[in-house]
Write a protein that binds this ligand. Structure first.
Ligand SMILES: NC(=O)c1ccc[n+]([C@@H]2O[C@H](COP(=O)([O-])OP(=O)(O)OC[C@H]3O[C@@H](n4cnc5c(N)ncnc54)[C@H](O)[C@@H]3O)[C@@H](O)[C@H]2O)c1
Length: 414
């Protein structure tokens, strides 16, 4: 871990906080931050490394989406940077280890689009059960095929949810409200919501589910999670959905089971290889099949989700800049002392080593600084301490704290 010095320890007034928001982040994000008195600059597109280095000078809070890469070189060129907001779910575009080593907090929006995914899944389950996609394609081709054959209500059917996290568990509640029975399988111990029944094995779920839907995360072990074996264990004429990760499903096996009719229909939103840019060619084993709904990874893409992401990440950036709050940070230990700024607050990011807190408090004690509240949290190699004190501490105290060998970054707030 490297330590970046010197770093500014002086108090930063709200009107001096400079924010740069790239990539068309929802305007609610900029409005929120301006409303808190911050100086906000917005730009439509993503920036390459050199452009970003130029643009980031003097910037305290950076907002990006998925196309701007925040590399170690960028971080080295941005000594004022306090935090990065990824106004999306993923944070692969940020060198998290380098950000952490420099005490730069990273935030994202892990929950803002979960409802959008759930609503699409519900819409697709009904669409597949009623063969809407097939009927609509027929109509566009001039074919009038008014028939109830192969169309079903979903009421009374069993929905099998694999992965009962934020999305899977929300889907469970809404599916029950629509009259489906829900069974789920998760590798973690998850509390069953409503009348949902937990299955202890995937096989148990596959034996009873009329609709199987994947909502697992992207951990490496989930590559190839659902292949020929698992599909063979599904009930004949059942339905299959994947709105989670493309790598989890063997699409060639899925095609085989769809062609044989063992699986009656499928909806797939995520693919092992996805086109990088708008308008790029899309190739998949699943193209050209009847009763298969293909969507271009839009499960979480709604205007509501974008708006929620804009507000959510902006409020995290503001809370960190103003109060030192790190709750739900991707890389910093989570602490949220109440935002009582009648007190003066010190925020110190440090290397996680034995005795750091004692050394911090020894410095404060030697200078007669009275502690009103203190909270320490650690995460791997990094630690974070928020200390509320009755009176503003002087520059000599800040200098001594900054000079502690473990200190990565120190700020005085309020
Ligand atoms: N299609 C889209 O646009 C879109 C949008 C948002 C999220 N997603 C994806 O949806 C998925 C679920 O998101 P989430 O927010 O609910 O994630 P989450 O982390 O809250 O939940 C994932 C759940 O899957 C479980 N799990 C992991 N591996 C498993 C396995 N092999 N078998 C059974 N359970 C397993 C975990 O224990 C966890 O409970 C993620 O992969 C996410 O990337 C897609």
């Amino acid at each position: 871990m490297t330590i970046t010095e010197p770093f500014p320890t002086a108090r930063l007034a709200d009107e001096d906080v400079r924010v740069l928001l790239l990539e068309n982040i929802h305007t609610d994000g900029a409005d929120f931050l301006r409303g808190k008195g911050f100086q906000v600059e917005t730009r439509d597109g993503a920036l390459g490394e050199d452009e970003l280095i130029e643009a980031i000078q003097g910037v305290h809070l950076l907002g990006i989406r998925s196309t701007t890469y925040v590399t170690e070189k960028v971080l080295d060129a941005a000594p004022d940077l306090l935090a990065i907001g990824a106004f999306c779910i993923g944070t692969n575009q940020i060198d998290l280890a380098a950000a952490t080593a420099r005490g730069v907090a990273v935030f994202n929006a892990p929950y803002s689009n979960t409802r959008s995914v759930v609503e699409l899944a519900i819409a697709e389950i009904i669409s597949l059960a009623r063969r809407l996609h097939e009927k609509s394609t027929d109509m566009h081709n001039g074919v009038w095929n008014k028939s109830a054959a192969g169309s079903h209500e979903i009421r009374g059917r069993t929905l099998g949810i694999i992965g009962y996290g934020n999305i899977g568990s929300q889907l469970s509640v809404i599916a029950e409200a629509l009259g489906l029975s829900v069974v789920f399988y998760d590798i973690d111990d998850k509390l069953a919501l409503g009348n949902a029944k937990r299955c202890s094995t995937l096989e148990e779920l596959l034996a009873v589910a009329d609709v199987v839907t994947l909502h697992v995360d992207g951990r490496p072990g989930n590559a190839g999670l659902f292949g020929d074996d698992e599909m063979s264990q599904m009930k004949p004429r059942s339905l299959f959905l994947n709105l989670s990760r493309g790598i989890a499903v063997d699409t060639a096996a899925l095609r085989k089971h769809l062609e044989s009719g063992h699986i009656a229909g499928a909806a797939v939103d995520v693919f092992p290889i996805e086109p990088k840019r708008q308008g790029d060619q899309f190739d998949s084993d699943l193209r050209g099949l009847k009763n298969v709904i293909l969507t271009p990874h839009v499960g979480g893409s709604t205007e509501e989700a974008q708006q929620d992401i804009g507000r959510f990440v902006a409020s995290k950036l503001r809370s960190y800049a103003a109060f030192g709050g790190t709750s739900l940070s991707v890389n910093m230990p989570g602490i949220n002392l109440p935002a009582d700024l009648d007190k003066h607050r010190l925020a110190l990011v440090h290397r996680n080593a034995p005795g750091v807190l004692a050394r911090i408090n020894a410095v404060l004690g030697e200078h007669g600084v009275n502690l009103e509240a203190q909270s320490l949290s650690t995460r791997g190699e990094i630690g974070y301490v928020l200390t509320d004190v009755a009176e503003e501490v002087g520059p000599e105290v800040l200098a001594e704290l900054a000079a502690l060998p473990e200190t990565v970054r120190l700020r005085q707030l309020s």
